[in-house]
Design a protein around this ligand. Structure first.
Ligand SMILES: Cc1cc2nc3c(=O)[nH]c(=O)nc-3n(C[C@H](O)[C@H](O)[C@H](O)COP(=O)(O)O)c2cc1C
Length: 383
C-alpha cells in the first residue's frame, strides 16, 4: 500500500497486525466518546492565514528541559510497542534519535530500558506507573538512571485500567483469548515471522524481575489491574520527586486544580492528556481543556499535551492552544507497525514538513512564536 499521509499508516497497520493488536492500539474506553472527541475538537481549531511575511527561513528548534530538540515533539509512551514490530521500542527510539527528538519508553515495554538505551542511543525518557511494590519502583528508577534517561514521565491517570470492550471482543482479553490470538497470528504471516518468531523474547522487559518467569502478556490488562496501586495520592508523589533529581513530568492532567498540585509538588512539567481516550470515557478532549490549564500554570511548568494528534497541523494547533511540546501516541505506533523504524522516520519527516508549511501559511518564522495569535478569532480565548 502507498503511504502518502500520516493517517495512511493506520490502514497499513490494520493490514499488517493481528486484530487483537490493531484493536489494542486503535481502541478507546467504553463507548469511545472521548477518543472521537479528541479528534473532533482538535480538528475544529481554526488558524488564521497571514501573507507576505517573509517566511523564507523557518526555525522549528526548541528547548525542553534543557534538551535541544529539532522540533517540539516527543514519541510518547506506548505499552508493548515491541509486539507491533520486531524489538519495536528500539526501532522507534532510533527513528526518534535520527529526527532529533526524544522517545519516552513505557514501563510496560517489551524491550527493557537498558536494551533501548544501548541499541538506540540518543535521548530516552522513561515513563513510570505507580506499582504496589515500592521497592521495585525504586529499582526501576535506578535502571532508568543507569540507562541515562533524561526525563521521568510519571503517569497518574491509570490508577485502574479503563474499561476497553474492544479488547474483550478482539481476543486481547476475555475468554479463549490465547487461542484466538494464535489463530489471528497465523492469519498474518508477515507479522508472525517478523515479531512472533524473530522479535523474541516477548515479555514485559522492565518488569521481568517481578514477573517471576511469566511474560506478563497472557493477561496483560489483568496484570496491570492487580499490580498498579489505586491508593496513590499527591503526597506519595513527593517520594518520587525525592528519588529523581532530573526533570519530572506528570502525565494525565485534565483539570487546572491538578495542574496546580503538580506545580506545588515541584514537577518540571505536565502532560495534559486523557490517555488518548483510553481511560475515563466522557472526559473532555485535551484541546478543550488546554487553554484553561495554560492560563493557570503560565510559565511555571512546561506544558506538554497529547491525545488526538495525528499530523503536523495538529501539532501547531496544540502549540497555539498553549502547549510547549506535543507527544505522539497512536500516530507513531501505527507507523512502527506498518513499516518499522523506516515508518516512524517517514512519519516524523511528514510531520516536520507539515509544521513548516503551516508556519509559513500562518506567517510564523520561529516555532516559539506560535501562540493564540495564530488562532482564528473564534478559537481565541481572550483574557
Ligand atoms: C497502544 C497504547 C499504549 C499506551 N501505553 C501507555 C503506557 O504504557 N504509558 C502511558 O503513560 N501511556 C500510554 N498510552 C497513552 C499514550 O502515551 C498517549 O497518552 C495517547 O496515546 C495519546 O493519544 P493519541 O494516541 O490519540 O495520540 C498508550 C496509548 C496507546 C494507544
Amino acid at each position: 500500500m502507498i503511504i502518502s499521509s500520516p493517517l495512511d499508516f493506520r490502514e497499513a497497520a490494520r493490514r499488517r497486525l493481528p486484530r487483537f493488536l490493531f484493536d489494542y492500539v486503535d481502541g478507546g474506553a467504553q463507548d469511545e466518546t472521548t477518543l472521537l472527541r479528541n479528534r473532533r475538537d482538535l480538528g475544529a481549531v481554526d488558524l488564521r492565514q497571514r501573507v507576505l511575511q517573509d517566511v523564507s527561513s523557518l526555525s522549528l528548534r526548541t528547548t525542553l528541559f534543557e534538551e535541544d530538540l529539532a522540533m517540539p515533539l516527543v514519541l510518547g509512551p506506548v505499552g508493548i510497542a515491541g509486539m507491533l514490530a520486531r524489538r519495536g521500542e528500539v526501532q522507534a527510539a532510533r527513528a526518534a534519535r535520527a529526527a532529533g527528538i526524544p522517545m519516552c519508553l513505557s514501563t510496560v515495554s517489551i524491550c527493557d530500558v537498558g536494551e533501548v538505551a544501548q541499541r538506540a542511543g540518543g535521548s530516552i525518557w522513561f515513563q513510570l506507573y505507580v506499582i504496589r511494590d515500592r521497592g521495585f519502583m525504586r529499582d526501576l528508577l535506578a535502571a532508568a538512571k543507569a540507562a541515562q534517561c533524561t526525563a521521568l514521565v510519571f503517569t497518574v491517570d491509570m490508577m485502574v485500567p479503563g474499561i476497553r470492550y474492544r479488547d474483550a471482543r478482539s481476543g486481547m482479553s476475555g475468554r479463549h483469548a490465547r487461542l484466538r490470538r494464535m489463530a489471528q497470528a497465523i492469519a498474518h504471516p508477515r507479522w508472525a515471522a517478523d515479531v512472533g518468531l524473530c522479535g523474541r523474547p516477548h515479555k514485559l522487559g522492565n518488569l521481568a524481575p517481578v514477573l517471576g518467569g511469566r511474560s506478563g502478556l497472557g493477561d496483560y490488562m489483568g496484570w496491570l489491574a492487580a499490580n498498579f496501586d489505586p491508593g496513590v495520592t499527591w503526597d506519595d508523589l513527593g517520594w518520587i520527586r525525592g528519588m529523581w533529581d532530573g526533570p519530572l513530568i506528570i502525565k494525565g492532567i485534565l483539570d487546572p486544580r491538578d495542574a496546580r498540585e503538580a506545580r506545588a509538588l515541584g514537577a518540571d512539567g505536565i502532560v495534559v492528556s486523557n490517555h488518548g481516550g483510553r481511560q475515563l470515557d466522557g472526559a473532555p478532549s485535551t484541546a478543550s481543556v488546554l487553554p484553561a490549564i495554560a492560563d493557570e500554570i503560565g510559565c511555571a511548568l512546561k506544558i506538554l499535551v497529547d491525545s488526538g494528534v495525528r499530523s503536523g497541523l495538529d501539532v501547531v494547533r496544540m502549540l497555539a492552544l498553549g502547549a510547549d511540546g506535543v507527544l505522539l501516541g497512536r500516530a507513531w505506533a501505527f507507523a512502527l507497525a506498518a513499516r518499522g523504524e523506516a515508518g516512524v522516520a517517514a512519519l516524523l519527516a511528514m510531520i516536520e514538513r507539515e509544521i513548516r508549511v503551516v508556519m509559513a501559511l500562518t506567517g510564523v518564522t520561529d516555532i516559539a512564536q506560535v501562540d493564540r495569535n495564530i488562532l482564528a478569532a473564534g478559537d481565541r480565548h481572550e483574557d
